[in-house]
Design a protein around this ligand. Structure first.
Ligand code: LMR
Length: 398
């Protein structure tokens, strides 16, 4: 069998990790995979995480299974983080959470759930999007199509085109939306634009699946949840996939959640029963370490405060780097071309660099980013910014 299988190309994002590691250029810069880096280029363990882990080491008494829905304490702490402390959805017991192995695992649960219960539905995905969205829905055999998001000429959010496309979606289909920090573009919708999207979702009886992987990296933990909270309050059914990879820096612990909001508790219980079954067939029980860390941090006033300040620090640093990038490109006459970088939010910027320019950056300068021109803003720092800008100017013919 093995001789007949096809040799596949590397993943467009994860494949860059290996390529970067093999590059011997001493000036190389990794702007590929979405991990936060500090001013020294490290991805440190958050202090709140270290303290929680120290506590867990003394408190943990068992390694037994935690059940298909995961740790109840994690669920208890995550739901208010996503919906807010005074959420009607929570008061009305309309939401259910199933712990998942990362945001990707949560998306896979969502995909399996859709496939089992409404295989005829099409999932509508923004163009562009995180490439793994397509892979996940392909893996379960769900049809997907795209809706407009960015104007490729101006490299700006094209909201009229987005809205027009959403209005064409057949009734009842699923629409995958990015709650904040749109991956890969960094272009988010304003409050007013979310209201317009909500009206279209209501009108078309569309079912939103909200990818919420970057809570805290856009404007703030509560601010970034505004769209999730709006849609959950206003619509009878919503699915959300949340990730703790970025905001807790727990990338390798694989901790995330699938959340469903139903019209009432009876429907919520039905969905919950389905999620246990979907999880069981995939991996049985989720891993426990990440959820224990998150639950410990969120339940402790002291650790919670520390963690919130660490999220603020990461977000503020990224936003400062965005400004510095545009300033550093000014002497090359490129400030206007890259002004969007300062306007975008989250970890990524859709820089507008073309695939050939990206390839040249990699080959000639050891600068790695996704071929679509997506840069991880947290990947550079004050020290290597001049080198990065010189390289960008060179590939742009400046
Ligand atoms: C990214 O987009 O770089 C991250 O979400 C990591 C991944 O799994 O692709």
């Amino acid at each position: 069998m093995f001789t007949q299988v096809e040799l596949l190309p590397a993943d467009p994002i994860l494949g860059l990790i290996e390529a970067f590691n093999q590059d011997t250029n001493p000036s190389k810069i990794d702007l590929g995979v979405g991990v936060y880096r500090d001013e020294l280029g490290n991805t440190p363990i958050l202090k709140s995480v270290r303290e929680a882990e120290a506590l867990l080491l003394t408190r943990e008494t068992t390694k037994k299974y935690i059940g298909s829905h995961g740790d109840p304490l994690f669920s208890q702490q995550m739901l208010p983080l996503v919906f807010g402390e005074n959420s009607n959805v929570l008061a009305e017991k309309r939401a259910t959470l199933t712990q998942a192995p990362g945001g990707t695992g949560a998306l896979r649960l969502a995909a399996d759930f859709i496939k089992r219960n409404s295989p005829e539905k099409t999932v509508w995905i923004s163009n562009p999007t995180w490439p793994n969205h397509f892979a996940i829905f392909d893996a379960v055999g769900i049809q997907h199509k795209t809706y407009a998001y960015v104007d490729s000429d101006t490299n700006r959010l094209d909201f009229p085109a987005l809205l027009a496309d959403l209005k064409q979606i057949p009734q009842g289909d699923v629409v995958l939306l990015h709650a904040c920090c749109h991956n890969p573009t960094g272009f988010d919708l304003s409050k007013e634009q979310w209201q317009e999207v909500l009206a279209v979702l209501k009108e078309g009886k569309l079912l939103p699946l909200i990818d919420f992987a970057y809570q805290g990296f856009g404007e703030g933990l509560d601010e970034d949840a505004a769209a999730v909270r709006l849609l959950a309050e206003e619509l009878p059914e919503v699915m959300i996939t949340s990730s703790c990879s970025k905001n807790f820096g727990l990338y390798r612990e694989r901790i995330g959640a699938f959340i469903a909001v139903a019209k009432d508790t009876t429907d919520m219980e039905k969905v919950r029963s389905q999620m246990a079954s979907v999880a069981r067939a995939n991996y049985s029980n989720p891993p426990a370490h990440g959820s224990a860390i998150v639950a410990t941090i969120l339940a402790s006033q002291e650790l919670n405060t520390l963690w919130r300040s660490e999220v603020d620090e990461m977000r503020n640093r990224i936003n400062t780097l965005r400004q510095q990038f545009v300033v550093a490109l000014t002497p090359y006459g490129l400030a206007e071309k890259f002004a969007c970088v300062a306007e975008q939010r989250g970890m990524f910027s859709y820089s507008g660099l073309k695939p050939n320019e990206v390839a040249q950056l990699q080959k000639d300068f050891g600068i790695y980013m996704v071929s679509t021109g997506r840069m991880n803003i947290a990947g550079y720092n004050e020290q290597n910014l001049p080198y990065l800008c010189e390289a960008i100017a060179s590939v742009c013919g400046k």
